[in-house]
Unconditional design. Sequence first.
Length: 121
Amino acid sequence: MKKKYVIFLLAIGALVFGCKKEDDAPQEGPTEHVIVDSLTASFYTVKAWDTTTITCYARGENLIYAWECDHGNFNGNGTQIKYAAGECCIGLNTITCTVSNDSAQVSRDIQIEVTTYFETK
C-alpha cells in the first residue's frame, strides 16, 4: 500500500510541477515603458555664443521629445538639439529633455557651463 501511495504522490507532483507556466520567457509586443539611457553633450563647457550638440538616447514606442532650457536657447527637436547661450547666461545652465508616449513620461537634465566669450586678464 505504501508503494502505491508514493507512486500516486510522485504522479501528482509530476503533473503539478510539469505544467508550471514559465514566467521568465521574454515578453513580446508593445511596451508601455519609456527608458532614457543617457543625455549627452558634445561639449559640457562652451563660450558664450558657441554651440554644443545635446543628444537624448531613449527606448520605447511612439516616443515624443520635448526640450526646455533655463537660460539660452536651442534649435532642433527630436533626439538632438544644438544649444547656445549669450554673454548674459554665463554660469551653469540646465537643459531638460522630457521623453513621453501615450502611457509614460521621463525627464532628464543636463548642465552646460557657459563661460565668457571675452578673455579676462
